[in-house]
Design a protein. Structure first.
Length: 227
């Protein structure tokens, strides 16, 4: 089986935070699910896409997901040496899931809620916002590379704050439709002068799927935005 992204080298991490990449699979029309919200999405990408996800995960030190992604992925598994962070505004997560239980000393719940679930001993609970949490991952835990695996609103928060350095996109040969169906990133629209530009690093076609890798192009300090 041919798996994209054989060479996954990254630039040095920015000062004070990890280098952040987002990886998602979408339909041709940009949707990130095939059923309803919080339902499993294993049928969106192929076996090649899932193997590609594992390859990208192996190139980083930590993975971050939203609570909806955790709920939609029963039995979500990561290697025990990989830090895992789940972001939940409400704190409504399954503390008994293997996401926490497989490696509680490497699991973090990021939430502002005081209503916390029962969690295995060793799980960290942080109340910091995303920017502060990234700083803590870098400074306190020494994490240099972080992979974000959705969902749409978590991606949007990081993108809106310009905290994303790379985007991975698997384009699945499917169409979902729906004006309210979540896409790669939701959130509020950026004004024209803040629209972000990315440079294509890699494009690979495997059967009917397209695998794309982009890197953020940031304007020079004091200079105009890239065209």
């Amino acid at each position: 089986m041919s798996i994209p992204y054989a060479d996954l080298a990254y630039p040095p991490c920015p000062a004070g935070r990890p280098y952040v990449a987002v990886n998602m699979a979408t339909t041709i029309d940009g949707k990130i699910l095939t059923g309803e919200r919080d339902e499993p999405v294993a049928d969106l990408g192929s076996a090649v896409d899932r193997a590609t996800m594992r390859r990208i995960e192996a190139s980083v030190q930590a993975v971050m997901i939203g609570a909806g992604t955790l709920r939609a992925t029963p039995g979500l598994w990561y290697p025990t040496d990989l830090w895992r962070i789940v972001v939940s505004g409400s704190g409504r997560v399954d503390g008994g899931s293997r996401f926490f239980g497989d490696a509680p000393d490497r699991a973090i719940l990021l939430t502002g809620s005081k209503n916390l679930p029962a969690l295995p001993p060793g799980v960290r609970v942080w109340s910091a916002d995303l920017a502060d949490a990234l700083a803590r991952l870098r400074v306190d835990l020494g994490i240099e590379r972080l992979l974000v695996e959705g969902g749409s609103e978590l991606n949007a928060q990081l993108l809106a704050a310009d905290l994303v350095d790379e985007l991975f996109l698997t384009l699945a040969p499917k169409v979902k439709l729906g004006s309210l169906v979540p896409t790669y990133a939701g959130g509020d629209p950026l004004p024209r002068h803040r629209v972000q530009r990315y440079r294509l690093l890699e494009a690979t076609v495997v059967e009917d799927e397209v695998f794309l890798r982009y890197r953020r192009v940031r304007p020079s300090p004091g200079g105009p935005s890239p065209a």
